[in-house]
Design a protein around this ligand. Structure first.
Ligand code: ATR
Length: 298
């Protein structure tokens, strides 16, 4: 089935909703570039659910007010994206352990008692994507090298440590930011396993690694390629780029050419959306090739 076909399951035709529709959305600033409405819209139509998932353009100075208004508006909850994830973290009534470790909330669920529950599914999306693309990969297998020290890096490092990675080598152009991230993680109890590596030593950090992840914007359309030689990386190491425009970044192309198993970035976006969809709309959605095509077309 495609997202454009109507589904009989819920009596919903052509994506129309009723007065009883379940409502969720994505809050960010700006929000026009977000692919999440398209992604959730595909699933709503695929599963014939009477619901809607809307883009919510909310300026940072009004984000707390907007988040607090969700229960009054009858929203089931919402996703939160850049630059509001830390504001959401400070605003919700309850945090799950993952959001606490990540210092950021990307999924809010309005509980039955009206409380705002904050979670973070970015790390879940990251791990599920790796498992889907490279089923033989396990975090326990060996050291991981993570390039970058922004919000995406934090989610990736927490997810890797939670999944049992024995060591995470954290490499960032600005060493101080990597140190700061390592200190933030130590403050939430993740005080083992993270080694900060100087930018000049990034190539030797690849020695013996079983996973390499780029969390920087380098390699994105319009940006230069990540400045990193893969010479020291074992041929068995999985290479993952969280950039997904283009789908095959220069890093992934080079890794593939030298025989490394690779995983693209679009799957992280798609898989991180699953827990929110389940909580708001009551169906466990699937990531399928049709979904990937539909989201990328938009
Ligand atoms: P996000 O929170 O989405 O991860 P971010 O905070 O803007 O985004 O982080 C971008 C990352 O890309 C940072 O790690 C940044 O490195 P610095 O901390 O040194 O700025 C990294 N980055 C950006 N441009 C880079 C470049 N030319 N070379 C290497 N790393 C770069």
């Amino acid at each position: 089935m495609t997202a454009d076909s109507s589904s009989g399951a819920g009596g919903i035709s052509g994506g129309a909703i009723s007065g009883k529709a379940k409502i969720a959305g994505v809050m960010g600033w700006p929000i026009g570039h977000s692919r999440s409405p398209r992604l959730h819209g595909f699933w709503l139509r695929q599963y014939g659910i009477d619901g809607a998932y809307v883009p919510l353009a909310v300026a940072p100075e009004r984000a707390e007010q907007a988040i607090r208004a969700l229960p009054a508006l009858g929203f089931r909850g919402c996703n939160v994206t850049v630059p509001l994830k830390e504001i959401a973290f400070r605003t919700v009534d309850r945090l799950d352990g993952t959001a606490r470790r990540m210092g950021a909330v990307n999924t809010i669920v309005v509980a039955d008692d009206g409380a705002l529950e904050g979670g973070n599914t970015d790390g879940f999306g990251f791990i599920e994507n790796l498992r889907a693309e490279q089923p033989d990969w396990t975090a326990e297998r060996g050291p991981a090298v993570v390039i970058g020290a922004g919000g995406a890096a934090r989610a990736v490092v927490v997810a890797l440590l939670d999944a049992g990675a024995p060591e995470v080598r954290l490499v960032n152009r600005t060493r101080a930011r990597a140190e700061e991230l390592a200190a933030d993680l130590a403050a939430v109890g993740l005080n083992g396993g993270v080694t900060v590596v100087d930018w000049v030593s990034r190539e030797t950090a690849l020695d013996g690694a079983s996973l390499l992840v780029n969390t920087t914007t380098q390699g994105m359309a319009g940006q230069p390629a990540l400045d990193l030689s893969l010479r020291a990386l074992p041929a068995s190491a999985v290479v993952n780029d969280i950039v997904y425009v283009p789908l095959e970044t220069p890093l992934l192309a080079e890794a593939r050419a030298r025989g490394n198993p690779v995983a693209g970035g679009i799957g992280m976006l798609l898989h991180q959306a699953r827990p929110g969809f389940k909580a708001w709309f009551g169906v466990e959605p699937q990531v399928t090739p049709d979904l990937v095509r539909f989201v990328l077309e938009g």
